[in-house]
Design a protein around this ligand. Structure first.
Ligand SMILES: Cc1cc2nc3c(=O)[nH]c(=O)nc-3n(C[C@H](O)[C@H](O)[C@H](O)COP(=O)(O)O)c2cc1C
Length: 324
């Protein structure tokens, strides 16, 4: 499956393991890269710079290209994160994404370091702005995706419109968790898929077994999009980028009443204590609509990559069908 993505990074499967703060560390990224995809480490706004270096070393240990994902809105207050991503004590990432906020000023810095740059676009305007900023590859990320982003357009219509509007390679993201989704994206003209949720439950992911169990119980209707958890966490997410997570009791209780949440001491204490008390009813369990495909068994990342790689067989079968 020779696409820009596969050729640029020497991949056998045109899939990026999406950066996922709290889930995709160096072990997952390295395992995805070792299996023929491109794994990315997700750096959240509170990630220590030392942690970034450790995770990069783990990802690089596969001896394959890997990537790192940064949150653009966090960088003005955390310039050390960008330094940690480019620190030469560890082999450099081949791809860095800077998403959600002002990122244009970082593109030349990353290019000077020889790194390809991606950003996640939730609208056609985002995609066009990315090209203007010199981005190498635009990720058309639909609202069904897990974690943060926009919830304005679904993946297929967004991919269609972004492919029409830009002349740089485009990856499809949001709800792509199996070979059918990858095949659909490639057939539409994408250079590959940017896959998050499908890797959440892998053995190499940072998620604990109880969270994986809850995700396995959740079907495709069980996620919700909003800003409840960002209001409770108060780490500084801009409101325009909400998050998609498993709909739990905390979300249901506060959806539509986000403005009241900061003043509710009990609710904030419950949210803060939840990761320690393992109270899944009050934790932010980020996942996209593809969560319905996940089972309770934790697969190796290599198995997920191999499954996504079956997209080639589906496409060949479709061509045969259409030709007959
Ligand atoms: C648990 C989780 C954490 C995420 N963290 C990040 C992040 O740190 N940086 C980022 O750019 N995107 C992040 N995302 C979004 C993903 O990069 C990607 O857009 C999304 O997973 C694609 O949709 P899918 O989950 O349906 O595959 C996260 C997604 C999830 C599920």
């Amino acid at each position: 499956m020779g696409t820009w993505l596969a050729e640029r990074f020497g991949l056998t499967v045109p899939v990026v393991g999406a950066p996922m703060a709290g889930a995709a560390g160096g072990a997952l990224a390295g395992a995805i890269s070792a299996a023929g995809g491109l794994g990315m480490v997700g750096c959240g706004s509170t990630a220590p710079a030392d942690w970034v270096l450790e995770q990069r070393a783990l990802a690089a240990a596969a001896g394959r290209p890997y990537g790192v994902g940064l949150l653009a809105w966090a960088l003005p207050g955390r310039p050390d994160l960008l330094d940690a991503v480019l620190d030469d004590s560890v082999p450099r990432p081949a791809l860095v994404s800077v998403s959600y906020g002002e990122y244009a000023q970082h593109v030349p810095v990353l290019h000077d370091a020889g790194v390809a740059v991606a950003t996640q676009a939730g609208t056609v305007a985002d995609g066009v702005a990315a090209v203007d900023a010199g981005i190498d590859v635009v990720v058309a990320r639909g609202g069904e995706g897990g974690g943060h982003g926009r919830n304005l357009v679904a993946t297929l219509p967004l991919l269609d419109a972004v492919l029409e509007a830009v002349d740089v390679p485009v990856l499809a993201a949001g709800g792509i968790g199996g070979p059918r989704g990858v095949a659909a994206a490639l057939a539409a003209g994408a250079a590959g898929a940017w896959v998050g949720t499908a890797f959440l439950t892998c053995r190499e992911s940072l998620l604990a077994d109880d969270v994986v169990g809850r995700q396995a119980e959740t079907d495709e209707t069980g996620t919700a999009y909003g800003t409840v958890f960002d209001t409770a966490s108060a780490v500084g997410w801009p409101n325009e980028f909400g998050g998609r997570a498993v709909r739990n009791e905390f979300f249901t209780r506060w959806q539509g009443r986000e403005a009241e949440l900061p003043a509710d001491a009990e609710a904030n204490a419950t949210f803060r204590a939840a990761p320690t008390s393992r109270d899944l009813s009050a934790m932010a369990l980020y996942a996209g609509q593809g969560v319905g495909r996940l089972g309770a068994e934790r697969p190796a990342a290599a198995e997920v990559v191999a499954d996504l790689g079956r997209a080639g067989d589906l496409l060949r079968a479709a061509v045969t069908r259409l030709g007959s």
